[in-house]
Design a protein around this ligand. Sequence first.
Ligand code: NAI
Length: 483
Amino acid sequence: MTLNDSRILVVGAGLMGAGIAQVAAQAGHDVALFDARAGAAEAAKAKLAQTLEGLVAKGRLAADAAQAALARITPVDAPAPADLVIEAIVENLDVKRALFAELEALLPAEAVIATNTSSISVTALARGMQRPERLVGMHFFNPVPLMKLVEVVSGLGTAPEVAQAVFDLAQRWGKTAVHTRSTPGFIVNRIARPYYAEALMLLQDRAAAPELIDACLRAAGFRMGPCELMDLIGHDTNFAVTNSVFAANFFDRRFTPSLVQQELVDAGFLGRKSGRGFYRYPEGAPAVHHDEYPRPEAKRLVVHGQGVVADRFAAAFAQAERQPASDWVGLEADRTQIRLTDGRTAREIAAERDLRAPVIVFDLPLGAGSDLAYAKSGNVSDPVGWLAALGFKPVEMADVPGLVVARTIAMLINEAADAVQQGVCDEAGADSAMKLGVNYPAGPFEWLALWGADAVVALLDRLDSYYRGERYRVSPYLRAMPT
Ligand code: NAI
């Protein structure tokens, strides 16, 4: 079956519905737009006219294409028959179910109903429908015309050809569609949880300041750090999504919400929109302080291990010997070890060696340079010149396992691995979803290919034994991966 030439009814002319109507009309469909609030559909069309005019003025859209797209959108004051209905009304199970019952009485039997829900089970929404096989999730991202991803969500009863037809349609609209099963958070809102959760955990443990966490993750290639991103999304919204994923997973402790965020919500410090979250606005995050780092001296330098990080040390210190077979990666400068994190703290490593021999652990250097977190065992006097010589701006944090970037990326990989294990999506789907739905600089499986499954598993196992909770348990999919 195909929906490529379908007449479309969009129900709900709010933020998402208006964007969906725009994209469908620009792709050549006749679109009826309905909203329960009188005048809302007309108002949405009027606003769309301005948006399209703006695109024409900037030369991004031809005037006649804008005119034609606008002419294809018809505000209606009652749901009209269509081949495809895209529902973008209030996020409420009962209200959506009532709408679907009303629509089924009106629509031809072969019509498809697609819901843009971001958090309600498509399986549950289909219950009680006469034709549950015709309901599918079509989850767009905000702003709809700009965000490339569409999650095509199959409930237990969704017919595969219905999901495929919606998938093909989204692709025809220039989107990247990804199949997913109806499970809490679908792909993006599930795999993204650790991006926020690890930052909140570090804050709760007073391991680092928000601006340091943000700077390190920006240096790893993310457009925004987790703290500034939560401030942008709004702590109320972000906290609500976390709570819903937590509850929907029967309170699996891995998804436990954070008291740090609860406090912000309780205080009404919701982020940018209320003028204060982690940061105050309009100022935003304070700058991270960096010292000047003279190039340090040592009598003997040895580069340990292999790979990109070891090669960078070798390039920066031409006189260094190499020990590629070493079981750690980094630089030995006389008695000081400067080591890529393996999930142990600097103190743990120092305790296993000679306690007086200084240990510095540094974070996973994913980006080309800039801020890189490190922690040191108690007795290091000048730890950071060695890292600065590689082109980083070292920033000190508390000696916690996995620092900032390593633990965050490992947990994103782990969550993606669990999603694949459970048939929520495939590896390529997880990668596309995270790059296009939340603009990650790489997909979780792309990071995994760079870093190696054995290193990720080892790091998570060490976090798991350090914290002794359920949060860091390793996905069976990851553990079974060939090394
Ligand atoms: P919104 O509040 O901007 O728009 C919802 C519209 O639906 C309102 O105009 C309202 O009058 C109308 N409405 C409510 N009940 C109705 C009914 N029974 N029949 C017809 N119209 C009705 O909300 P928004 O943000 O556009 O969200 C809509 C849906 O899209 C929700 O299910 C939401 O979870 C989902 N979504 C939202 C995203 C976002 O970033 N805002 C992202 C992805 C999905």
